[in-house]
Write a protein that binds this ligand. Structure first.
Ligand code: S3P
Length: 448
């Protein structure tokens, strides 16, 4: 990964019509959870379709450090011999979670109620991100944390030897925080209760139920109230990881803005807590259809067909939809640049604390490429230029953020002049086959 190596400058240029089938890799959120819950169950969990991106590989390495046996059988097939709830061993090295906020926050939760200590670190991006949002609720269980100023990594957690269950209202819309609390609750006696005002991705809840935990979600006036009974014996599972809607976003959005394109992206999860981008694109006038809608592994899935959409229009994206598309705003802002009219994106404060400040990173590059952007602490507006009118022709900083790098590279496929990024290396964290996949569709994409 380039965060530990040399930067990989990349460039994209005006592409011929994109066409063909885009087989995007496994879901990152579900892949992390499959490894962690596999490690917390007794016996062998098998996983197919695991995302073999650096973020997930780092979580696999961490699970080994806590005592689980994690085996790569090749071709996306993995197995995890778990140690059971409360069975984590104390790692004898620092746990390096690389670029992954999901990895570090979920693992902190999973170890917080075991009588062990662990020290966590990450790359320059992860070490800037706030961890108090996780260590504050973990303290309710009796877990102590000592990190750098502002609650940043590197940080040592001392797990609770005698944990108590917690009740916690998540103050920011974050599936990572919710999940950390639930994973900590696994090894606390009694019931742990988490309330979230806004629905965030529910993969942890679904997977915990699949592994045999007693977990219940009630929808109330305060939001979703999730109750988990502690100290279950998790039973190993087979998990077939669905493909990642957040990765599908890139070939889909590229097809919408490159004239003449027609791309099929098969078997994409349309879990309502993840599918907000596709709803938004359709409201903007995108020619995006769901084919062969069905259920797989308890999740709604469909094949997405995206075609060049000459009449995209700017819209107001409802703030209450933000959690269901939080990782997709960077590439949405690119599509918005090719639409007619303004696209307003309110309620997105969380974008400021992702792998980068994603509003600032995108606004800088878009403005340099001739696209008007206005922004405030929790909102931004992209002033659409219309197809054929986006100048491009700049090099953008990816800020160690995979989605920023991919967004600007998608943009360059339809701008008047090529777009470059200073470092495409971080793309390997979530979408290691981005380059060959996009090139296979006909995209003009190269390393410099
Ligand atoms: C994730 C939750 C989201 C998302 C991240 C993956 C998860 O983060 O941005 O890419 O798998 O739980 P937050 O929980 O910080 O919103």
């Amino acid at each position: 990964m380039s965060s530990h190596g040399d930067p990989i400058p990349m460039q994209s240029g005006a592409s011929a019509p994109l066409s063909g089938v885009a087989d995007v890799p496994g879901d990152k959120s579900i892949s992390h959870r499959a490894l962690i819950l596999g490690a917390l169950s007794v016996g062998e969990t098998t996983i197919t379709g695991l995302l073999e991106g650096q973020d997930v590989l780092d979580t696999g390495r961490a699970m080994r450090a806590f005592g689980a046996e994690v085996i790569d059988h090749g071709g996306g097939k993995w197995s995890v011999h778990g140690v059971g709830v409360g069975g984590f061993a104390e790692p004898d090295q620092v746990i390096d979670c690389g670029n992954s906020g999901t990895g570090v926050r979920l693992i902190m939760g999973a170890m917080a109620t075991s009588p062990i200590s662990a020290t966590f670190t990450g790359d320059a991006s992860l070490n800037k991100r706030p961890m108090a949002r996780v260590t504050d609720p973990l303290a309710l269980f009796g877990c102590q944390a000592v990190g750098r100023a502002g609650g940043r990594l590197p940080m040592t957690l001392v797990g609770a030897a005698d944990p108590v269950p917690a009740r916690y209202v998540v103050p920011v819309p974050s599936a990572q925080v919710k999940s950390a609390v639930l994973l900590a609750g696994l090894n606390a006696p009694g019931e742990t209760v988490v309330t979230e005002a806004e629905a965030t991705r529910d993969h942890t809840e679904r997977m915990l139920a699949g592994f045999g935990a007693e977990i219940n979600t009630e929808v109330t006036d305060e939001g979703r109230v999730i109750t988990l009974k502690g100290r279950p014996e998790l039973k190993p599972q087979h998990i077939d990881v669905p493909r990642d809607p957040s990765s599908a976003a890139f070939p889909v959005c590229a097809a919408l803005i490159v004239p003449g394109s027609d791309v099929l992206v098969p078997t994409i999860g349309l879990n309502p807590t993840r599918a907000g981008l596709f709803t938004t694109l359709r409201e903007m006038g995108a020619d995006l259809t769901y084919e062969n809608e069905r259920e797989e592994g308890g999740e709604p899935v469909a094949d997405l067909r995206a075609r060049f959409s000459p009449d995209l229009k700017g819209i107001e994206v409802p703030a209450e939809r933000a959690a269901s598309m939080i990782d997709e705003y960077p590439v949405l802002s690119v599509v918005a640049a090719f639409a007619k009219g303004d696209t307003n994106m309110p309620g997105v404060k969380e974008l400021r604390v992702k792998e980068s400040d994603r509003i600032a990173a995108m606004a800088d590059g878009l403005r340099a490429a001739g696209v008007g952007v206005e922004d405030g602490p929790d909102w931004w507006t992209v002033i659409g230029q219309g197809h054929g009118n986006v100048r491009g022709g700049v090099t953008c900083a990816s800020h160690l953020d995979h989605r920023i790098a991919m967004s600007f590279l998608v943009m360059g496929m339809a701008t008047q002049n090529p777009m470059s990024v200073d470092d495409g290396g971080p793309i390997a964290t979530s979408f290691p086959i981005f380059e060959p996949l996009m090139a296979g569709l006909g995209a003009k994409l190269s390393r410099l």
